[in-house]
Design a protein around this ligand. Structure first.
Ligand SMILES: [Zn+2]
Ligand SMILES: [Zn+2]
Length: 214
């Protein structure tokens, strides 16, 4: 219905019908294999030793490169022009590759966004991604207890400082393996902070899942 009212064109070639047509998807949007999604060094389970230690994640599973113009355009459309269905499209592509079958987990959490962003957009993009990918409610709440500046444009140290102590988890996660979902991973600072809070709440293992990596 929405498609009829607002026809969607491929952001790469302009063909009408979907956000990225099958041919452009095939030519542009392959997933990275056997690399650390954060620093791109060789790694197992999506992380090199250094980034595993930094984030505290046991595994990191990411969709597509944010440097790819088609992927970036879809995420920007969702972030700044409120096209939540662009996220649903990307999540479905990710799901088609059986990302949910790759991992064993108990509960799902997502990175919270600032209250102002939520008010502007009217939807929580990380929640949409999480519930689409794992086909269940994201039952673990990571609370945002302090407003933070946007991470974009900050270096690694500044990102770490900006996000520090801004999350809180009140659920009891004792012995649980938690999947935590974000839209894009860059330095891993946001995930690191989420891991810290989830583990303080008792989580024994945290697996990161993001739609894109920078
Ligand atoms: Zn196309
Ligand atoms: Zn790394």
């Amino acid at each position: 219905m929405l498609g009829l009212l607002f026809p969607i064109d491929c952001v790469v070639c302009g063909l009408e019908g979907s956000w990225v047509c099958p041919e452009c998807w095939e030519n542009n949007c392959q997933r990275l294999k056997r690399r650390c999604f954060i620093c791109k060094k060789l790694g197992e389970n999506g992380l090199c030793k250094g980034c595993q230690k930094f984030t505290g994640l046991s595994e990191l599973i990411c969709g597509y490169s944010y440097k790819n113009p088609a992927i970036r355009e879809l995420i920007i459309k969702a972030k700044y022009a409120n096209y939540s269905n662009a996220l649903v499209f990307l999540s479905q592509k990710f799901l088609d590759e059986a990302v949910d079958a790759e991992i064993d987990f108990d509960v799902v959490a997502y990175i919270p966004s600032s209250r102002n962003k939520f008010r502007e957009r009217g939807f929580l993009q990380t929640k949409i991604i999480a519930e689409k990918l794992f086909r269940r409610n994201a039952s673990v709440k990571i609370l945002k207890v302090r407003e933070t500046a946007a991470q974009a444009g900050l270096n690694k140290a500044a990102r770490r400082e900006n996000i520090k102590d801004s999350f809180l988890v009140k659920d009891n996660l004792r012995d649980k393996t938690v999947v935590v979902v974000d839209d894009v991973v860059t330095t891993g600072s946001t995930l690191k902070e989420a891991v810290r809070c989830l583990k303080m709440a008792g989580a024994k293992k945290v697996i990161g899942v993001t739609l894109a990596y920078d």
